[in-house]
Design a protein around this ligand. Structure first.
Ligand SMILES: Cc1cc2nc3c(=O)[nH]c(=O)nc-3n(C[C@H](O)[C@H](O)[C@H](O)COP(=O)(O)O)c2cc1C
Length: 168
């Protein structure tokens, strides 16, 4: 039989979750709302911040940090998110993270900003999931947001020893 470490003591704890995003024309903002709704459906209570309203010193207060980004110019991260990128690259705490974003397949580097965040977060945090959506998200993307949210929460639970490790 599998042993569940400290399961009873830990299952009542809800992880603190920050979703920090930038959006110029509203696509990533809509996707952010869908990701937040997906987390709420799974019992979580995310705090949602437009990046300019987020105090980078608060990064260490969160168990899970999710980044929402559009892509700019040749696959670049928008300027507003540069400070967040650097703060996450150098933070002492190692949160569970995820990155999602919108882009346009017309450009050579589709959702390049998601890839840039993914590579950095993979190296410096416990990266749980990524999600890319083309332009404005539709109702069909709801299931993908659910899967993203589930991956993030499952990774958190595994990391905290709330669930048995899987072989996958
Ligand atoms: C000047 C400009 C450059 C862009 N460059 C890229 C790009 O390199 N890769 C990409 O996938 N999308 C690119 N896009 C598309 C945007 O990332 C896409 O429309 C996104 O959904 C906008 O998100 P927002 O509505 O949250 O601002 C570009 C858009 C503009 C206007």
């Amino acid at each position: 039989m599998r042993k569940y470490r400290s399961r009873t003591a830990l299952t009542n704890y809800k992880p603190t979750i920050a979703i920090v995003y930038a959006s110029a024309t509203g696509h990533t903002e809509s996707l952010t709302q869908m990701v937040a709704d997906a987390l709420v459906r799974q019992g979580a209570q995310p705090d949602v911040f437009r990046v300019k309203e987020f105090n980078l010193a608060e990064l260490c207060c969160y168990d899970i940090v999710l980044v929402g980004t559009y892509t700019w110019m040749n696959g670049e991260i928008p300027k507003q998110l540069h400070g967040l990128y650097e703060a996450m690259e150098h933070q002492d705490k190692t949160p569970i993270t995820g990155v999602f974003g919108t882009g346009d397949r017309c450009f050579a580097t589709y959702c390049g900003a998601v890839d840039l965040f993914r590579d950095m977060l993979h190296a410096t945090t416990v990266l749980a999931a990524t999600l890319k959506v083309e332009q404005m998200p539709s109702a069909d993307d709801c299931l993908r947001c659910d899967a993203f949210a589930e991956s993030v929460l499952t990774k958190y639970s595994h990391h905290k020893g709330l669930l048995p490790a899987t072989n996958s």
